[in-house]
Design a protein around this ligand. Structure first.
Ligand SMILES: NC(=O)c1ccc[n+]([C@@H]2O[C@H](COP(=O)([O-])OP(=O)(O)OC[C@H]3O[C@@H](n4cnc5c(N)ncnc54)[C@H](OP(=O)(O)O)[C@@H]3O)[C@@H](O)[C@H]2O)c1
Length: 248
């Protein structure tokens, strides 16, 4: 018997990194998993990797039409029990260099995408569903050249509070999951090249009290906790999985 036998889970940004690890964990524990991402090849590869009848739906979370298509497909399998709203990303840009394009790209995926992913899921959420939003320790650290990303992730924490309140009557819990630095393609992509990525990861690992970056599976374990009845009295909360980075 798996924890999520008979449950339906949707994971946005489920093709690589944290989302892929979470999708794999939920599927291994019995869930019927739908993953969303924009790149076709990565989507196909992730579906193969997750196995267990996982379904990939290509789409951009900032595109409301794509979200409608996603939920129309998911609805054929029944209501949603776990919604992991994880698609996101950012780039290093100092205040003086921020462009309208940089701002729009970051907020379109991280903020608009999150809002409409949840809004459009509302008719499909089962009683007792768990909604998990991916935030970031960056929201609370003031790291240089990461201001737009950090602000977008601060919005995530705020959304979790409001939506937990708005959805409590349906027994739906909403929480923010706050990863510290985690070894993913997304982190490597912040650097210009491989050498830069190695340097960045070394720097980040050195900042973390536990002395290393996190593994996607460690974030997935926290997703599984927030998705399950083990966290039945937790809503509107933020769960840091950051090796102590923002704590001590
Ligand atoms: N890694 C870390 O250290 C860290 C720390 C704190 C928070 N986070 C957050 O964790 C989440 C996952 O990041 P990650 O590190 O696992 O990065 P990643 O490996 O780059 O994964 C990002 C995922 O999101 C998808 N995605 C991005 N923009 C999208 C869009 N507009 N529509 C649909 N899918 C989209 C990507 O697929 P496509 O590109 O194919 O669409 C991919 O599946 C993000 O929200 C990130 O901000 C990461």
């Amino acid at each position: 018997m798996g924890t999520f036998d008979g449950k339906v889970a949707v994971v946005t940004g489920g093709t690589t990194g944290i989302g892929l690890a979470a999708a794999r964990r939920l599927a291994d524990d019995g869930a019927k998993v739908f993953i969303v991402g924009r790149r076709e090849a990565e989507l196909k590869q992730a579906v193969d990797e997750i196995g267990n009848g996982a379904i990939g739906i290509r789409g951009d979370v900032a595109d409301l039409g794509d979200l409608d298509r996603l939920y129309a497909t998911v609805a054929e399998q029944g209501g949603i029990d776990v919604l992991f709203v994880n698609a996101g990303g950012g780039e290093f840009t100092r205040l003086e260099d921020v462009t309208e394009k940089h701002f729009d790209q970051t907020f379109d995926t991280n903020v608009k995408g999150t809002l409409f992913t949840v809004q459009k899921a509302l008719p499909h959420l089962n009683e007792g569903a768990s909604v998990i939003l991916t935030g970031s320790t960056a929201a609370g650290s003031g790291a240089e050249a990461f201001g737009v990303y950090a602000a977008s992730k601060a919005a995530i924490r705020s959304f979790a509070r409001t939506w937990a309140n708005e959805l409590k009557g349906r027994g739906v819990r909403v929480n923010a999951l706050i990863p510290g630095p985690v070894e993913t393609p997304g982190i490597s992509g912040l650097a210009a090249d491989e050498a830069g990525a190695k340097e960045l990861k070394g720097y980040l690992a050195g900042q973390v009290p536990l002395g290393r970056m996190g593994r996607p599976e460690e974030i997935a374990a926290a997703v599984a906790f927030l998705a399950s009845d083990q966290s039945s009295f937790i809503t509107g909360s933020e769960l840091y999985v950051d090796g102590g980075l923002n704590q001590i």
